[in-house]
Design a protein around this ligand. Structure first.
Ligand code: SF4
Ligand code: SF4
Length: 192
C-alpha cells in the first residue's frame, strides 16, 4: 500500500532529516540518537536503501524495500546506488538499536512471501505485545485503539487475546505510559 501511494504521488525529491534519529522502540517509545546526516534522492526507495544501510539494517529485510525491488523500482543493494556527498563510511552508525517488532521482512526474506512456514513462524513465534503492570494507569487507550478489539480491560488492566492480535503494535505506540513492551522469541533474536 505504501509503495502504491508512492508510485501514484511520484515525488520528485525525497528528503530525510537524519540529524537526530530515533532508535529502539519507535515510533513513540524510542530514544533520540544523533546521526548527523541529511539525505536526499530523486528515488524514495533508493533513499530508504541508503538510510537502512547507514544504520546497519539489511534493506532486504524491510518490507517496503522488498516490494519496491520486486516491482523493479529499485535495487536493495547499496553498491548499486550512486552516492554523492559525504562518504557513507563516515556516516555509519554501527550500534543503532532497531525496534523489537522488526520481524515480518526477516521471515519473508528467509522463507518467501506468504509461505505457510513464514505465516506459522510469524503467528507462533513473532513479536507480541506484553502489558506491564507497573506504570499502567488503566486509561484503556490500548483497548480503545486496538483495530481487531483483541484487548479487554479487566479490573482496569489490559489483557490481550493473541489469537485476535494482528501484531500492528498500535497499543505500544499509543500507550501514554510506555507500559506496553514488545517481546521477541529466541527464533527472531537468532535471525536478526
Ligand atoms: S498489537 Fe495491535 S492487534 Fe495486537 S493487541 Fe496491540 S493494538 Fe491490538
Ligand atoms: S494504554 Fe498503557 S497505561 Fe493505558 S491501559 Fe493500556 S497499557 Fe495501561
Amino acid at each position: 500500500m505504501l509503495v502504491d501511494i508512492c508510485t501514484y504521488v511520484k515525488p520528485v525529491l525525497s528528503v530525510m532529516d537524519a540529524v537526530v534519529g530515533m532508535e529502539g522502540q519507535g515510533p513513540s517509545a524510542g530514544d533520540p540518537r544523533k546521526i548527523g546526516a541529511i539525505l536526499a534522492s530523486e528515488s524514495p526507495f533508493a533513499l530508504d536503501v541508503a538510510a537502512c544501510s547507514m544504520v546497519g539494517i539489511d534493506p532486504d529485510t524491510v518490507c517496503t524495500i522488498q516490494r519496491a525491488r520486486e516491482r523493479g523500482l529499485c535495487s536493495s543493494r547499496l553498491q548499486d546506488l550512486t552516492l554523492l556527498g559525504d562518504p557513507m563510511e563516515d556516516l555509519l552508525v554501527r550500534d543503532f538499536r532497531i525496534p523489537e517488532h522488526k520481524h515480518a521482512g526477516m521471515v519473508e526474506q528467509y522463507f518467501g512471501k506468504d509461505s505457510r512456514i513464514g505465516r506459522f513462524i510469524n503467528y507462533h513465534f513473532g513479536p507480541r505485545p506484553v502489558f506491564l503492570q507497573e506504570g499502567c494507569v488503566g486509561c484503556g487507550n490500548c483497548a480503545g485503539n486496538c483495530p481487531p478489539k483483541a484487548i479487554t480491560m479487566v479490573n482496569h488492566r489490559p489483557e490481550v487475546d493473541l489469537k485476535k492480535c494482528i501484531r500492528c503494535y498500535c497499543c505500544q505506540e499509543l500507550c501514554p505510559q510506555k507500559t506496553v513492551a514488545i517481546k521477541r522469541s529466541w527464533i527472531f533474536r537468532t535471525f536478526q
